[in-house]
Design a binder for this molecule. Sequence first.
Ligand code: PSU
Ligand code: MN
Length: 301
Amino acid sequence: MLSVSEEVREAVERRRPVVALESTIIAHGLPRPQNLQVALELEELVRREGAVPATIAVVDGQARAGLDKEQLERIAAGEGIRKLGHRDLALAVAAGASGATTVSATALLAARAGIRIFATGGLGGVHRQWTADQDESADLRLLARTSIAVVCAGVKSILDVPATLQRLETLGVAVAGYGTDRFPGFYLTDSGHPVDWTLRSPDDVAAVLRAQDLLGGPDSALVVANPVDVSQQLDPGLHARVLAEALRECDKRGISGQAVTPFLLDYLVRRTDGASLSANLAAVRGNVRLAARIAVSWSAP
Ligand code: PSU
Ligand code: MN
């Protein structure tokens, strides 16, 4: 049911470094046509560090790890490309549909393909209106039962960050700051909340993965929270102002479910004149680079 490209399969078999990349950020998180360039650039960043990229998506009912250029173009073009969480995978496969995979679906398929390291922008989590609509991303529960290291710039700042951190704790998902004792805020270097653990090198991260395996217990993820550099973050004042506006607008228009996250991300891009996009891209690039270094360290004998 899962088609793994030859390059990725060979790398996994030989225990060479591989990094899984998600496709929702490409299809639904970034504006066209820049998103295709970004997808290609992210794969190139992984290669430059000596690892193999495995972008994950469903194309014409076939779940894939490792896309060729044509498949990547299909996903980036966005036409008829659905947003697939892990619960949607079987439905999409059975329907012969095409879709981009979120963190939850990507992590699931990556683990199935034998990939241990995954890079994205920001995780989904508990939305600010949770008490009214119970909108909590499926990302969190999936990470609670999947053995994968996910490198991210924290969780998207459009969320209720402390509630999301609490859920990660309740669900038993390991969280560590990379080079920081502050939890990153996606577009922002610091979300305003601390983390209990700090890892300082790719070798540090690989050591945690080995310890997870040796200790056993239920499969679960390691969240490596890697902050965007202060020089590249979105201005915190602008962020607060535009986000408040975006949340009001989302409410007013009655946007709900899967549409919430893409709406808010797009609103921020438009109302910050692209500044949120720059910060988002800086965060993703940094995460992809770090994930590749971790994969190199993890695969070293
Ligand atoms: N991070 C980004 N851009 C994105 C997402 C994350 O920088 O588009 C996507 C991820 O795929 C994540 C999803 O899994 O948003 C969460 O969506 P939801 O809140 O509907 O679960
Ligand atoms: Mn949601």
